[in-house]
Design a protein around this ligand. Sequence first.
Ligand code: FES
Length: 104
Amino acid sequence: MTDPVFIAVAKTDEIAPETAREVEIGGRSILICHSDGRFFAIENLCSHAEEPLACGRLKRGWISCPAHGARFDLETGEPLNPPATEPLKTFHLRVVGDVIEVAL
Ligand code: FES
């Protein structure tokens, strides 16, 4: 098994606490989320009706979908309340110095 390839996507100070930034990697829209003192990478696509999550509210390690209000755990992608029942796609993220890197 080969090691994942990490790609630099942002500096840590470019994403304020409890906000997210949309980046495109390999044709996929990914959200880099800064919440609860940590960074997370999720697909910018709700598992309920495939609406973008980019304008969703972040708090204490979850993001809420702006369309119908489902909340998701940013670490696991698991839904925390209806109407979503399926998890979000999450990606490996690491911070090297002040650079955020993501692997698809
Ligand atoms: S599209 Fe996200 S909760 Fe419906």
